[in-house]
Design a protein around this ligand. Structure first.
Ligand code: TXA
Ligand code: MG
Length: 358
């Protein structure tokens, strides 16, 4: 199969070429302020089906529809309650996805047969330009293979989907780095389905009834936990630190020394951190997401850092934690999922020391 055509998001003629590809029913990956999306015309069922094939995404996981005008969103929904109006006014364009009952015009393939549709208005100028040039709604999940880390650069899209995507509109690295916050609005309540680029604390003034309800988005993987034990996950085993960084470093230093005394090869470990550490230690590499506790910076670097570590063929990635407030909540959500729920060093590391010497 031919490779994807690479276009430049800052060249208007290229944006128009990308829009023409969408009109033909082709798949176009494009930058947003959060992550790259894998776009198709939302009203073209065949094109939307190709998104699921390209990502190897199960058909039960619904897509987000992107629009560049409020009116385009309203057309996709059956009713727009005042709380949706208020959210659009305050947070659009931006990383907030609103889920409401859908209109019949939205094909069932987009929503995986659900009665609701998720819509967002991206703020990234390239996404806006593409939507303007295309003139209709674009269905787009993150442009990664299903279950893998989301892409924040055109290169990451190409590495993941290379031959399965027709066009990649390169707009440089995504500034936000975390996917949009997803909220479901019902008459009886408002539910946070996915923490993301807009912290839930910022939504609370407009949605005092906001409750966390992850079961809706995550019920799909729950149906086949063996198959999908994790999400946003690198191929390399990943785990979260079970103690403060200083204690963790002390602990692995002692463990590594015990390995050395016994002549056992020490595993190749990569660290994912929120502060700088001395460059030498019982680890191959330490990726620091921010040196100044700036969660915006950490979010923007997160997925690229995970991808970088994943390419190093390490035995293990160990990530430290941040407080779950503001963007920290979404960062920890992604780290937990990337770790498949694992916390602490794997038992195999300490077990190796208990084995009788041969
Ligand atoms: O920032 C983002 O949201 C990026 C960019 C490309 O816009 N998109 C993105 O899409 O992250 P995706 O498909 O990777 O994640 C969409 C999430 C999924 O968890 C999906 O299950 C949920 O939104 N979702 C979509 N439609 C829904 C619906 N009708 N009801 C409940 N959840 C829905
Ligand atoms: Mg995704």
């Amino acid at each position: 199969m031919p490779r994807a055509i690479l276009l430049n998001a800052s060249v208007q003629a290229d944006v128009e070429k990308a829009a023409a590809a969408l009109k033909k029913g082709l798949l176009v990956a494009f930058p947003t302020e959060t992550v790259y999306g894998l776009g198709a015309s939302a009203l073209n069922e065949k094109a939307v089906l190709r998104i699921f094939e390209a990502k190897k995404r199960p058909s039960f996981d619904p897509l987000i529809v992107h629009v560049c005008r409020r009116e385009n969103a309203i057309e996709l929904w059956k009713r727009v309650p005042p709380k949706a109006e208020a959210l659009m006014k305050k947070f659009w364009p931006g990383p907030l996805t609103i889920v409401l009952e859908k209109n019949d015009t939205v094909p069932d393939v987009v929503t995986s047969g659900l009665a609701t549709v998720a819509v967002r208005m991206p703020s990234h100028p390239a996404a806006q330009a593409l939507l303007q040039a295309f003139g209709g709604p674009i269905a787009a999940p993150s442009a990664n293979l299903f279950g893998y880390t989301s892409p924040t650069t055109a290169q990451a899209v190409e590495e993941d989907l290379g031959e399965a995507v027709d066009v990649i509109l390169d707009g440089g690295p995504c500034p936000g780095g975390l996917e949009s916050t997803v909220v479901l609005l019902e008459e009886g309540g408002s539910y946070l389905l996915r923490p993301g680029g807009i912290p839930s604390e910022d939504l609370k003034p407009l949605l005092p009834d906001l409750e966390v309800r992850r079961d809706v988005v995550e019920s799909a993987p729950m149906l086949s936990p063996g198959l999908l034990h994790s999400h946003y996950a690198p191929w390399t085993a990943m785990t979260l630190m079970d103690r403060p960084l200083k204690d963790f470093l002390k602990n692995i230093t002692e463990t590594a020394r015990a390995y050395e005394l016994k002549g056992i090869p020490w595993p190749r470990i990569g660290l994912l951190l929120f502060e700088k550490v001395p460059s030498r230690g019982p680890f191959e590499v330490a990726e620091t997401l921010t040196e100044s506790s700036d969660m915006k910076e950490a979010a923007a670097n997160l997925f690229a850092a995970i991808r970088k570590l994943d390419k190093m063929h390490l035995d293990l990635i160990v990530a430290s934690s941040v407080p779950e407030k503001g963007l920290g909540a979404a960062i920890m959500d992604r780290l937990r999922k990337a770790s498949g729920g694992r916390v602490g060093l794997p038992e195999s590391i300490t077990e190796a020391l208990n084995k009788p010497e041969s």
